[in-house]
Design a protein around this ligand. Structure first.
Ligand SMILES: *[C@@H]1O[C@H](CO)[C@@H](O)[C@H](O)[C@H]1NC(C)=O
Length: 321
């Protein structure tokens, strides 16, 4: 009996995802998992994107997230290189994530080469399949994953992962995978907690990374829902605990080991977001319960490219469009 219990526990522990890295690991640490908080760059443009990324690194950010779809990889890469210089650190101190766009599913190697050329970097730390479907409305996630598995050996990326997959698509990949996806990036915020999905990914050893962690702040998200940062529950908890609304919603995800990558091009916002751990320490169980009520009903803000192309995205998950 005792032995069985130990075995069961051991299996459970092994299957858990690796601990997240600190937001700012000590200089000279090449993180083996995502830093707990980083910078998103969708809608960061031009020289502003370069300045914002460089400033973030100076302020202690060590995770920068981009994608060829954001049309800013040249500027983001320049910001990474400038930030590294200004902060007096080296490339291995910063974790850079980018993603394979849907039109490149037949050639992830070529897609990654293009991304590296745009970024002006020798490698990325993490390369994700941005969406499970490729050209022609087909879900080609399994063969695409098998091509992705060849990439870590090229040293062009340290890790590979997935984004926007449904639970069934994650299963499809795990069935054939010789390399387990390191990370799954999905939309997560108090309007869309997806608790069961997050827990099952983490139990399978996959690190969960939230996009849109501040909810409907991005102009891309057209929704009549109250802005999450204006929500009365969030505002009242923020004022009771001496936090800002952004810190409350980021802390809520961080408390369940979900990595957050809020976009911020203003220095004040970057500083506010990176100070979230002090707020997380002040949230009570009662606060978290109140925040859980916000998702009734749920809201999902990312619909493109699914809605526009009539792809069946997010099957078996909270829809909440
Ligand atoms: C980016 O642009 C915004 C205004 O659009 C500005 O407030 C911000 O300071 C800029 N960021 C940096 C780091 O220069």
């Amino acid at each position: 009996m005792q032995l069985f219990l130990h075995l069961a526990l051991a299996t459970f522990v092994v299957a858990q995802s690796e601990p997240l890295a600190a937001i700012t690991p000590p200089k000279g640490t090449q993180a083996t998992n995502l830093p707990a908080l980083g910078l998103g760059t969708w809608y960061a443009k031009g020289s502003n994107a370069t300045a914002a990324v460089a400033q973030a690194i100076v302020d202690g950010y060590r995770l920068i997230d981009t994608s060829p779809f954001y049309n800013n990889q040249k500027e983001v890469g320049a910001g990474v290189r400038e930030g590294i210089k200004r902060a007096g650190i080296s490339r291995q101190d910063v974790w850079v994530t980018s993603k394979l766009w849907t039109t490149k599913h037949s050639d992830p190697n070529g897609g990654l080469k293009e991304t590296l050329a745009e970024l002006g970097l020798d490698y990325v730390d993490l390369w994700l399949i941005h969406w499970p479907m490729g050209p022609g409305n087909t879900f080609d996630h399994v063969p695409t994953w098998q091509k992705m598995e060849k990439l870590p050996a090229t040293k062009m990326t340290r890790y590979i992962g997935i984004s926007n997959f449904s639970p069934a698509q994650v299963k499809d990949v795990l069935k054939v995978a010789t390399i387990k996806p390191k990370v799954m990036q999905i939309e997560l915020h108090p309007y869309l907690p997806q608790e069961d999905f997050v827990a099952s990914l983490q139990k399978q050893g996959i690190t969960v990374n939230a996009y849109a962690p501040l909810g409907n702040t991005n102009p891309a998200y057209k929704s009549s829902a109250t802005k999450l940062l204006q929500h009365s529950t969030i505002r009242s908890i923020a004022s009771a605990r001496g936090c800002t609304p952004a810190q409350v919603v980021l802390a809520w995800n961080m408390k369940r080991s979900v990595v957050v990558i809020p976009k911020a091009v203003q220095i004040a916002h970057q500083k506010e977001n990176i100070a979230t751990p002090a707020c997380a320490a002040k949230l009570t169980a009662e606060d978290l319960e109140k925040i859980a009520q916000i998702s009734n009903p749920p809201h999902r803000f990312m619909s493109s490219p699914c809605a526009s192309n009539q792809f069946k995205c997010f099957e078996g998950t909270t829809k909440g469009f």
